[in-house]
Design a protein around this ligand. Structure first.
Ligand SMILES: [Zn+2]
Length: 129
């Protein structure tokens, strides 16, 4: 077993390895393969298998620069917004963006029309919450 780990480590030298994007692809593939049960035509299963293949392709890829750029794109565009959304208190607050600087702001729910001053650019606007 120690020998196998050593060989695997040798094999992975110079390769991208399983990054955040790879792990997300594997999770997605699992979801697709399970969801395939309720969708006729085995299409989700095929997409799921392709997703697994793509994840392993990325992990074993020697084009580390390209794979890192893809991973960066994934983290910035999908992973971080999802984590930010999950970390918010949607029960008690309304979240919205400042129309001027796009900063995300929040206000307590159910106060009707309020006047908002952006914490970043200090522009003022009205918002119904
Ligand atoms: Zn602003």
């Amino acid at each position: 077993m120690g020998n196998f780990r050593y060989k695997l480590a040798q094999f992975m030298i110079g390769r991208n390895g399983f990054d955040t994007f790879c792990h997300a692809l594997l999770k997605l593939s699992l979801f697709l393969i399970i969801a395939d049960i309720i969708v006729p035509g085995r299409i989700l299963q095929k997409i799921g298998l392709l997703t697994i293949f793509y994840s392993y392709f990325r992990a074993f890829s020697r084009n580390v620069v390209r794979r890192r750029a893809e991973n960066y794109w994934y983290v910035e565009t999908i992973d971080m917004p999802i984590k930010a959304y999950r970390g918010r208190d949607h029960k008690n607050y309304v979240y919205f963006k400042c129309p001027t600087c796009k900063q995300t702001l929040r206000a307590p729910k159910g106060r009707g029309k309020i006047r908002v001053t952006c914490s970043r650019c200090h522009s003022k606007f009205e918002k119904k919450v």
